[in-house]
Ligand binder design. Structure first.
Ligand code: GDP
Length: 295
């Protein structure tokens, strides 16, 4: 389970503090050293860890904490608040005001883009939307077929022009199709590559220019840890992301990407996925995640 070890370590460190009654600055220092180690072991970005520990320490040695009746509890509250703000500022909703609202899904191959597109389509359908999946990956063999398979599993129509048409034209035609057929949300499943490359970015930029998606979501594999953070940074530079979907949290025990992406890139995590099944996606709540970590 994600954050298992981090959770255990933070809980035992903080429990030591609550068992102490009055606290000294030395107690806080010692605890923060352990918190720092636990976060680094969870693969959280080094700079993010440094800032986190500094802020928690500064807030904790304030007189309102040290002289309170339950200083240990106060420190836990501060850790909880700072963990939450590390991951975001509340729930980040999809911002879809146009009709149709357009979501461009992007990411490296294997991150879970196609699966996540179908999951999101299902999620939107449950909320009363009428989504359309558009097959813009014309490079990976069987990508279109795969989208059709997951599309039919979630009972959402898939628009395709085959693999001989330019993805930019497919995106435009997909949007037109949605307009004509009363579908209110378009999900563009774009091509992934093994590595970030210029051709991939140029194609995505062209799609952005042509159809102006309101949401540009990057699908990231949480198991790739700090690499995922670097990928997010690059995609955000080139495309101005509106959000991240973090997948495979079920296979990631450390959780470093979840704890670093927002703080490093300022791009909010909007959804998390914890399994291959098409209903295994949830809206990301930083506060709930922080509370889960702290038990
Ligand atoms: P794409 O190349 O980015 O379109 O990736 P796919 O959607 O084809 O997914 C790649 C693999 O990851 C597939 O085997 C998916 O079933 C799997 N996958 C996607 N999301 C998750 C997830 O949240 N958890 C797990 N365990 N597997 C996932």
């Amino acid at each position: 389970m994600v954050f298992e070890s981090l959770s255990e370590k933070l809980q035992s460190t903080l429990k030591n503090l609550t068992g102490k009654g009055r606290l000294t600055e030395k107690d806080i220092d010692a605890a923060m050293r352990e918190v720092k180690l636990a976060l680094l072991e969870a693969d959280v970005n080094f700079k993010v860890v440094k800032q986190f520990v500094k802020t928690v320490k500064e807030r904790s040695i304030g007189s309102d904490v040290m002289e309170s009746l339950t200083p240990g509890q106060q420190v836990i509250k501060i850790v909880n608040e700072e963990l939450t703000s590390m991951m975001g500022t509340g729930e980040s909703q999809l911002e879809l005001k146009s009709r149709p609202g357009i979501i461009m899904m992007c990411g490296l191959q294997g991150a879970g883009k196609t699966t996540t597109s179908a999951k999101l389509a299902k999620h939107l359908k449950k909320k009363g939307k009428k989504p359309l999946l558009v097959a813009c990956d014309v490079y990976r063999p069987a990508a279109i077929k795969q989208l059709q398979v997951v599309g039919s599993q979630v009972e959402v129509e898939v628009f395709t022009l085959g693999d001989k048409v330019n993805p930019v034209d497919i995106a435009k035609a997909g949007v037109e199709y949605a307009k004509k057929n009363g579908l209110d949300t378009v999900l563009l499943d774009t091509a992934g590559r093994l590595h970030i490359d210029e051709a991939l970015m140029e194609e995505l930029q062209k799609i952005v220019q042509e159809v102006s998606p309101e949401e540009i979501l990057l699908v990231l594999d949480a198991m790739t840890g700090q690499d995922a953070v670097n990928v997010a940074d690059t995609f955000d530079d080139q495309l101005k992301l509106t959000g991240v979907v973090l997948t495979k949290l079920d296979g990631d025990t450390r959780g470093g990407a979840a704890l670093s992406i927002r703080a490093v890139t300022e791009v909010p995590i909007k959804f998390i996925a914890m399994g291959e099944k098409l209903d295994q996606i949830e809206v990301f709540h930083p506060d709930r995640m922080a509370s889960r970590i702290l038990g």
